[in-house]
Design a protein around this ligand. Structure first.
Ligand SMILES: C[S@@+](CC[C@H](N)C(=O)[O-])C[C@H]1O[C@@H](n2cnc3c(N)ncnc32)[C@H](O)[C@@H]1O
Length: 423
């Protein structure tokens, strides 16, 4: 970790990679893989973060928070380490997975519910409800696949107790089979139909999903009976009653990254979180709203943000606007992070840089400056390698990793930034 003494002159590119943060010691628990989630960070980041703060700062947190909790990587690891957890994410699909993940189920009860669901699925006739399906779902499913999934969803709701952990478990399973059973191009992180795809059979893929989740649950050796509180909404929303936090461990959304909302449209529509999946973009960090006065807001940017946005303005005005909004939101995130931390609190962010039209979007530097401005007494930084991007440093038009340099450059490194409220 390098402690930053002069943020304006600090060069993030020269920070060496610290192998401590590259890989974990233990194999990742299967529970982390019960549902696909983009931009999930490796579980060992949480373990390393706890190890680092204990050894180097002498802090043993009693409650940690992940303010962009995604699919609950930090939440589950907190529970494994018997630490209370508070987390939020604006995306209901993320919080569904995070909640389903951070508990241990009774295997016998899961099996009973599964048997009831499969029997009811086979024994009741499948209604044809395709005509009433949301148009966007008709786009992704054939009539047959749609009707089978609608049938399955009704049966899950009928056969699991409302508001129970077990309903969450099966809704999470349902959510994760929605892509393989649709026309969604396999493994694509962009919404794209594959006209040649033969979607998986609903019952087959449900059984596989169930088997995996059952094994994941059985693999858990220990979970503390600590409090895990996960809420759906924006971290920047003022109405949260957030308990005092000792440590934040989080990875913010990337500035020029793909739209999370688009990626979760199948689950969001099936689970009726929204009528129009585009509504999911509202309130996400960096999303623009109609009363955003660019020229006025520009004045609130910190010096790193202003430099980058000014540079971008020459190339692409609309991109400059959205990057500016992202930076402003991240400045608010830094302030709010400061306010929810205890006196000795620590905030750890995993953040990568991006590039747009040859302009480097130095998120790490911008966030570090924002942390200083928010009042953090010390900010230190180190760099880690992202293993799956080593050989495939680009993304193609469909968003797939590629080694073809015509694609968009993806950095194979990211920064760990640690802010200490007091030293
Ligand atoms: C990089 S991902 C976090 C992934 C997470 N570490 C995990 O392992 O799953 C960033 C997350 O920020 C969420 N997000 C975006 N804007 C938000 C906001 N205003 N408040 C809370 N969460 C937000 C996105 O939905 C996304 O899940």
């Amino acid at each position: 970790m390098i402690t930053i003494s002069n943020i304006r002159q600090f060069n993030f590119e020269s920070v060496p990679i610290d192998p401590f943060w590259n890989t974990g010691v233990q194999k990742e628990q299967k529970m982390h893989r019960i549902h696909a989630y983009p931009a999930k960070f490796p579980a060992f980041i949480t373990t390393k973060a706890l190890e680092y703060t204990q050894n180097s700062i002498g802090l043993q947190p009693e409650r940690i928070a992940d303010i962009f909790c995604g699919c609950g990587t930090t939440a589950f690891e907190a529970k494994r380490n018997s630490i209370d957890f508070w987390g939020c994410d604006i995306n209901s699909v993320a919080t569904l997975i995070a909640k389903a993940k951070s508990r241990k189920y009774q295997s016998g009860r899961i099996q009973n519910y599964f048997n009831k669901i499969v029997t009811a699925y086979d024994e009741t006739s499948i209604a044809d409800t395709y005509d009433h399906a949301p148009e966007r779902l008709k786009y992704w499913y054939s009539q047959k696949q749609y009707n089978q999934l609608a049938h399955l969803k009704t049966i899950i709701l009928k056969n699991t107790p409302a508001n129970s952990d077990y309903r969450l478990f099966f809704l999470c399973a349902f959510s994760n089979i929605l892509k393989p059973t649709s026309k969604w191009l396999t493994k694509s992180i962009k919404p794209q139909v594959d006209p040649d795809k033969r979607p998986a059979k609903v019952v087959d893929v449900l059984k596989k999903q169930y088997q995996f989740m059952l094994k994941a649950n059985e693999e858990i050796e220990y979970l503390g009976d600590t409090i895990t509180d996960i809420v759906t909404g924006s971290f920047l929303d003022d109405s949260w009653d957030i308990p005092a936090i000792d440590m934040i461990i989080t990875s913010p959304p990337y500035v020029t990254s793909y739209e999370y909302a688009d990626l979760h449209q199948l689950s969001s529509l099936w689970l009726e979180y929204v009528d129009d999946y585009r509504d999911l973009r509202n309130g996400t960090i960096g999303s623009l709203h109609h009363d955003y006065n660019f020229n006025k807001e520009l004045k609130r940017l910190n010096s790193t943000g202003l430099k980058i946005v000014t540079h971008l303005l020459d190339q692409h005005k609309s991109k400059a606007r959205s990057v500016a909004k992202y930076f402003l939101d991240m400045q608010s995130v830094a302030q709010k992070s400061f306010s929810i931390l205890n006196k000795k609190g620590v905030a750890l962010f995993v953040i990568g840089n991006t590039e747009y039209k040859n302009v480097r979007i130095d998120n790490a530097k911008h966030l570090s400056e924002a942390l200083f401005e928010a009042g953090f007494a010390e900010v230190s930084v180190t760099k880690r390698k992202i293993s799956n991007k080593i050989l495939t440093p680009y993304r193609d038009k469909r968003g797939k990793f590629t080694s073809n340099s015509n694609g968009r450059k993806v950095y194979s490194e990211e920064f760990i930034i640690i802010g200490r409220k007091n030293i």
